[in-house]
Unconditional design. Structure first.
Length: 240
């Protein structure tokens, strides 16, 4: 199972939100590149980066700092936030990103997700962010009537290989993750699931790994010192 530390970026700074609320921001560093280097030096090989400004505006608001993270570390970077057309997918791939995350664009136009999955295969991920089990879009501001699990099944049928599933109510709360939904998602054939939101303990990571979950994104638990990179990498495996 891949262990993937997270960096969320607002105005060029590394931050965390509570429950996806832009009014509840904790700033951790003025320099996200330094944070990425700390993760790399601690043994990480993967990194999850989200342009939170871009998630709201639909533009690439923090492209330069993300480009710098990619250029100055050897991390396999997956990036999302405001990526709603193929041109932006290409921009980040050209920057050297390993995987590109689309969310709003996939929820609003499944045909777009299908086309991009066909073109980019394992390099494409769909972020499925849910509130009360329903998909939320445009920086978690808009709620839809799409059931999160059913949408994941639709994505699998469309040829999508990777989904990052986040229960937004758990995100940044250090309250534990929504394990029941990952048990359900792990049964979808042909879909690699990355768990995100509220993962706080080594026990949760072990359970996710036993379910066959492909990856686990860790944010506040690392920043708050609840768990260490060394510990989580041992759970994930020697090659994460």
């Amino acid at each position: 199972m891949k262990i993937i530390p997270a960096i969320d970026i607002i105005s060029g700074r590394a931050v965390r939100l509570e429950k996806g609320d832009y009014n509840k921001i904790t700033e951790y560093s003025e320099n996200p590149v330094d944070v990425a280097k700390v993760f790399y030096n601690a043994g990480a090989t993967e990194l999850h980066v989200v342009d939170l400004d871009g998630a709201k505006t639909g533009r690439l608001e923090n492209l330069e700092v993300i480009r710098q993270i990619i250029n100055e570390t050897k991390l396999n970077v997956e990036v999302g936030g405001g990526i709603r057309n193929e041109e932006r997918i290409k921009i980040y791939l050209d920057c050297g990103a390993k995987r590109i995350i689309i969310g709003t664009a996939a929820a609003e136009k499944i045909d777009f997700a299908k086309e991009m999955a066909s073109k980019y295969g394992q390099s494409l991920m769909v972020g499925v962010d849910t509130k009360d089990s329903f998909v939320a879009t445009r920086g978690w501001i808009n709620s839809t009537k799409l059931d999160g699990v059913e949408f994941c099944k639709t994505l699998a049928s469309a040829g999508v290989k990777h989904v990052i599933y986040t229960d937004v109510s758990k995100d940044g709360m250090l309250s534990g993750t929504n394990m029941e939904v990952y048990k359900e998602l792990s049964q979808i054939r042909g879909l690699n699931i990355t768990a995100s939101g509220g993962i706080t303990s080594l026990e949760e990571l072990s359970t996710l790994k036993s379910l066959g979950i492909w990856g686990a994104i860790l944010g506040k638990a690392l920043y708050a010192g609840k768990i260490s990179m060394k510990e989580v990498l041992m759970i994930g495996g020697s090659k994460c």
